[in-house]
Design a protein. Structure first.
Length: 109
């Protein structure tokens, strides 16, 4: 898994690629935690290049959302493929997260 962060229009865009599982999710968790500790108001997690996500990846996203809420921050998901969307639906998280088809839509929405 690879994680890259850049900033655009006041949002942190965290691009993730590869597999997000129990072995790699700590790297993503660390980056999201760094951003929530800095009180970044909008964190966009770009999932376009993620080809697998297990429950530890889901837990990482939920943790970031919980950590962002106290300061009014938002964690939104962008461009998840069908495999990741299936996991989000199974975990009943599509109502918890704002999910957008593109990074641009996630920044604006």
């Amino acid at each position: 898994m690879k994680v890259d962060t850049r900033f655009s229009a006041g949002a942190a865009i965290v691009s993730v690629s590869g597999e997000v599982d129990m072995f790699t999710s700590p790297d993503l968790r660390h980056e999201l935690q760094r951003l929530t500790e800095d009180a970044v108001p909008r964190i966009v997690v770009d999932l376009k290049e993620v080809n697998f996500m297990d429950s530890s990846g889901i837990a990482t996203l939920v943790q970031a959302l919980k950590e962002a809420r106290p300061f009014g921050g938002k964690v939104v998901l962008a461009a998840p493929g069908e495999t990741v969307m299936r996991v989000l639906r199974l975990a009943n998280l599509t109502s918890l997260f704002s999910v957008h088809e593109t990074v641009e839509g996630a920044i604006e929405g």
